[in-house]
Design a protein. Structure first.
Length: 555
């Protein structure tokens, strides 16, 4: 292995500047004027000494003689990977930026001017009473939502009228815009500048964003935390106001809409405060502990620890000298992965039963996620194999772990429930599936069936019965039989496959979701069926019929 001291003398990039950050012992590292990290006095002196003429060995002797040679070389590599050294510069985030694994940003670079104007307009109403009024609204709104919990649960587990969906969607878009604007206004008010602002695709969903990196110029941690939490405060106030309005309204339809809006805002706040994803809670935590690039550094420590355990690589010095660095880094990998999985699971479920187009979208979405997540994992594994001293052990342990996960998924039993719909015909629930055959459900006499309402958050069971198969026939059903939406006059073609016998006296909605219980199967089988073979069979069913129709037209 080449001696790290024989590497070419490093030179600090011309785009790097070292600025004081509010105190004599704290410095700010900027690239083209954009803050990228805070640094100690010792690190600042080391960076300044990188003049392209001083060797790595001399730098090691002068600034860190107590560190092993490999550890000091890893420190230099971290500077290089951060784009601080000549020849390793990275382009700054511009009008279009991709941030792995699943974020694409489209931005304007005129954000400083725009937020300066907005701050001047809002300055007269941004008095000291605003935080207190917001806090009172949030507390009273939270109490009002708890008092109306049963109504909120009913609204979230029942099909929503299309007008409710549109109203909530429009208000949430406006709230998200105000959420991001609050970050920019707060940052401008504190004396810094938001460099970029725009829209992005974040973990499969659209969102607005404002780049508040310049908050690192603020000397006060409290101000930096306030900038991060200004956005969630907007959603919290809106959710509280909606819950209070719902408490005093007499119109049940308006109350339902307000309760759904309040719950949606509460969900946005809770998700935003998760510190293991690049959301506002993470920015607030990073500002509070005064540790820039917290996720990247902790994930580097977690990756180095796992690489050491599996492949026996030399453990580098911690990128973050905190006892919780490795567990935080592991959670920073696991939590976003879990969020993506839940979002993907919900999307695939929502697209099931919507025909060939829905099947194609489900498969395409999964391919995008697989590539976005799989490429970084493959690169990390390749780097681990290259650097490892016990490569065979690492590969065997990794293969064993993967085999154990697959084996566990293949033997863990889960309920085999096939989604369908039901419709009341002459007071009896009739089991239906989409007429295009995209959700064929095998039924036999006596097969258990759960009848559910379908909501945007979840389903609520209304009855349990058994199916009596009958000769199938075609009929039209409300879209609430297959989706969590209710639209008067909007119906879809379906095929009735049987009648469901339920206990007398069960109060049933006119239509809803049905889950046919076919026993149990392995978790692996269920995931493979719902995510791969199900959508594929739908496409294969649809394509021959369209090809056949095309050939008939030509003849």
């Amino acid at each position: 292995m080449q001696n790290p001291h024989n590497a070419a003398p490093p030179r600090l990039s011309a785009s790097v500047r070292l600025e004081r950050a509010g105190g004599p012992d704290s410095w700010l590292v900027t690239v083209d004027g954009v803050p990228v990290s805070r640094a100690s006095v010792a690190t600042t002196e080391l960076l300044r000494a990188m003049d392209g003429a001083t060797s790595v060995a001399e730098l090691h002797r002068r600034f860190a003689p107590e560190q092993p040679t490999g550890a000091f070389a890893d420190l230099i590599d971290r500077f290089r990977h951060a784009g601080l050294l000549e020849g390793s510069e990275r382009p700054l985030a511009g009008r279009m930026t991709y941030r792995p694994p699943l974020t694409i940003q489209f931005a304007t670079l005129r954000a400083p001017e725009l937020f300066e104007v907005l701050h001047r307009v809002l300055r007269p109403v941004l008095g000291r009473w605003v935080p207190w009024g917001a806090a009172v609204c949030v507390v009273l709104g939270g109490a009002a939502l708890i008092m109306q919990a049963s109504g909120a649960i009913t609204a979230l587990t029942s099909p929503l009228p299309m007008v409710d969906v549109l109203i909530v969607a429009v208000v949430l878009v406006a709230a998200t815009f105000a959420h991001e604007a609050a970050h920019g206004v707060m940052l401008t008010s504190a004396g810094a500048r938001p460099r970029r602002a725009g829209v992005m695709l974040l973990y499969l969903g659209p969102a607005f964003f404002v780049d508040v990196t310049d908050a690192w110029r603020l000397p006060s941690r409290r101000l930096r935390v306030a900038v991060a939490l200004a956005g969630p405060a907007v959603h919290a106030v809106m959710g509280g106001a909606a819950a209070l309005a719902a408490l005093f309204t007499t119109d049940p339809d308006v109350r339902r809409t307000l309760l759904v809006l309040s719950c949606a805002c509460a969900a946005v706040v809770l998700v935003n405060l998760v510190p293991f994803v690049r959301f506002d809670g993470y920015i607030a935590l990073m500002s509070a502990v005064d540790e820039p690039n917290l996720r990247a550094r902790t994930m580097a420590d977690a990756g180095a620890t796992v690489r050491w355990l599996l492949f026996g690589t030399e453990p580098p010095p911690r990128a973050l000298a905190r006892w919780w660095s490795v567990p935080f880094g592991l959670l920073s990998v696991a939590v976003p992965t879990t969020l993506v999985w839940f979002a993907l699971e919900r999307a695939v479920r929502a697209l099931s039963g919507t025909g060939a187009l829905g099947a194609f979208l489900a498969l395409a979405l999964q391919v995008v996620v697989l590539v976005a997540v799989g490429v970084p994992v493959a690169r990390w594994l390749a780097a681990s194999v290259r650097q490892g001293r016990r490569r065979l052990r690492g590969l065997v342990m990794g293969a064993t772990l993967l085999a154990a996960i697959i084996t566990a998924a293949a033997v863990v039993p889960v309920a085999d429930a096939r989604a369908a719909g039901f419709l009341l015909v002459d007071g009896r629930p009739v089991l239906v599936v989409p007429a295009d055959g995209s959700a064929a459900v095998p039924v036999t006499a006596g097969t258990p069936v759960e009848l559910m309402t379908s909501g945007i958050l979840g389903d609520a069971r209304v009855a349990v019965g058994t199916v009596r198969p009958q000769t199938s026939w075609t009929l039209s059903v409300p879209i609430s039989a297959f989706t969590p939406l209710a639209a008067t006059g909007v119906r879809v073609e379906a095929t009735a496959v049987g009648v469901v016998d339920v206990a007398a006296g069960d109060a049933l909605p006119s239509a809803g979701r049905a889950f046919v219980q076919l026993g149990t199967r392995s978790l692996l089988s269920q995931v493979w069926s719902s995510h791969v073979t199900g959508p594929l069979s739908t496409l294969l069913t649809a394509f021959p019929s369209s090809l056949s129709g095309s050939q008939e037209g030509q003849s």
